[in-house]
Ligand binder design. Structure first.
Ligand code: ATP
Length: 239
């Protein structure tokens, strides 16, 4: 028997001063799935993540997480329920050290008691960060800063991580590293919502995907099906 989804968006709409960013988005995510959200600039991908995270309030629609209505909860409450966000642009504290940035993620009640264990897990996944634990985050390369942002999310022992364009601004080599990190998180049974402009790479590792256009879902399917879909190939892969 199919399990209930962990995350359900029910006709979610968002407007900024009257301009519509999301227009009745419905989707469902099962536990441990890796879901990709793709779409052109301005399609509403970041708004989707920020609304689930409680940073943006929807104008209508509901968000359910593990059977509970979380619409309108604060970002802090939502993090405590196990949803972590890795924002586009990373949002680190540049003058704090790598470790201080990581510890901020470990300060949530849900994970506070296991801070040291979680810190070790982060350093195992990102040995570079262990070497640079006392260095200010602002002095790291873009790829290393992205690792800190992901590590900070891991410190809260999330059940789901939402990643907003983790490969943006990275070299092709580092982009490959970043997709391997996303795969590693997925193999740790963390549910993942991945927003990416790198459509081919994200759909090739995603269980399923949704295509957003002008704030609405226009297509969804398995990663494999979307990769071979003619519309997706034309619009996002230039084929
Ligand atoms: P990108 O890939 O360029 O980041 P996106 O798919 O993530 O795009 P959003 O950033 O969610 O899309 O933007 C959706 C729409 O909402 C766009 O038309 C954008 O201009 C608008 N928008 C986003 N944030 C704001 C804001 N704070 N105030 C006003 N309009 C906004």
């Amino acid at each position: 028997m199919a399990k209930d989804p962990v995350l359900i968006l029910d006709r979610l709409s968002v407007s900024y001063a009257g301009s519509v960013a999301l227009n009745g988005v419905s989707l469902a995510v099962q536990a441990e799935e890796l879901i990709c959200v793709i779409g052109a600039n301005g399609a509403g991908k970041t708004s989707l993540i920020r609304t689930i995270a409680g940073i943006v309030r929807p104008s209508s629609g509901r968000i359910r997480w593990c059977g509970r209505d979380i619409t309108g909860m604060s970002p802090w409450e939502i993090c405590e329920l196990g949803i972590a966000q890795v924002a586009e642009g990373r949002e680190l504290f540049p003058s704090l050290t790598v470790e201080e940035n990581l510890l901020i993620g470990g300060s949530l009640k849900r994970a506070r008691g296991r801070r040291d264990v979680n810190l070790r897990r982060v350093y195992e996944l990102f040995p570079k960060l262990d070497e640079r634990r006392r260095q200010s985050a602002g002095t790291l390369s873009g790829g290393e800063q992205q690792m800190v942002a992901i590590g900070r999310a891991m410190m809260s022992e999330p059940e789901m991580i939402m990643l907003d364009e983790p490969s943006i601004g990275l070299s092709p080599v580092l982009t490959g590293v970043m997709f391997n990190v996303v795969k590693a998180l997925h193999s740790q049974k963390i549910t993942i919502l991945l927003v990416e402009q790198n459509v081919a790479s994200s759909l090739s590792i995603g269980d399923r995907g949704y295509v957003l256009e002008n704030g609405a879902v226009v297509l969804d399917g398995t990663g494999k099906d979307l990769l071979s879909n003619d519309e997706v190939r034309r619009a996002y892969l230039g084929l």
